[in-house]
Design a protein around this ligand. Structure first.
Ligand code: ZN
Ligand code: ZN
Length: 184
């Protein structure tokens, strides 16, 4: 499928990797660190990497015969809400991923699907889509402030943590109460 709009990558964009100084001979390698601002909408409904916050990347670019193999580790701060009690939570995300980006006009580019092997555009690699996938995939679908969070009282919506142990909405029938007294 070649009918997609060609994107013109900007080599100065924080998530575009420039491979010009990586020799195109298998085995050539380059490692570097980079801190980039988190792109917009990086997350799920209840938990996300705040847009613009620091994402620290450790990158290894390795020449292979048909392209560049990128190994990346990304760490970032997370903010979200507990799925049970809605309290604000903060956490950190630490993910690693690896992706091959095929050289333009290489056999790999011609014979593989775009979603199995990435594409280089000239000397440039757009890391954002794969970084985004790897980070979002690592997020919990049901984030919790703690494993045993008791959540909210279904009657009044208050947090169980803030309520006294005997909190209850059950009206004790005065007649039963009287009976209890008698039993004593
Ligand atoms: Zn909670
Ligand atoms: Zn209640």
């Amino acid at each position: 499928m070649r009918d997609h709009q060609p994107t013109h990558l900007d080599h100065r964009a924080p998530l575009v990797l420039d491979t010009r100084d990586l020799p195109r001979s298998p085995g050539a390698m380059r490692t570097f660190e980079r801190v980039v601002p988190a792109p917009e909408d990086l997350g799920l409904e209840l938990i996300r990497v705040p847009a613009g916050s620091d994402v620290s990347l450790s990158l290894r670019l390795e020449s292979v015969s048909e392209g560049v193999l990128v190994s990346a580790r990304a760490t970032a701060a997370l903010i979200g809400e507990c799925g049970r009690c809605l309290r604000e939570i903060s956490d950190t995300l630490d993910v690693t991923f690896q992706q091959l980006y095929a050289y333009e006009h290489s056999t790999t580019e011609e014979t593989t699907d775009e979603d199995e092997v990435g594409r280089m555009q000239g000397d440039l690699i757009d890391l954002e889509p794969d970084l985004r996938d790897a980070m979002v995939l690592a997020l919990p679908n049901h984030p919790l402030c703690r494993e045993d969070c008791p959540g909210l009282c279904p009657e009044c919506g208050a947090q169980w943590d803030d309520l006294p142990a005997d909190h209850s909405h059950t009206q004790v029938d005065p007649r039963w109460a009287a009976l209890k007294q008698l039993k004593k």
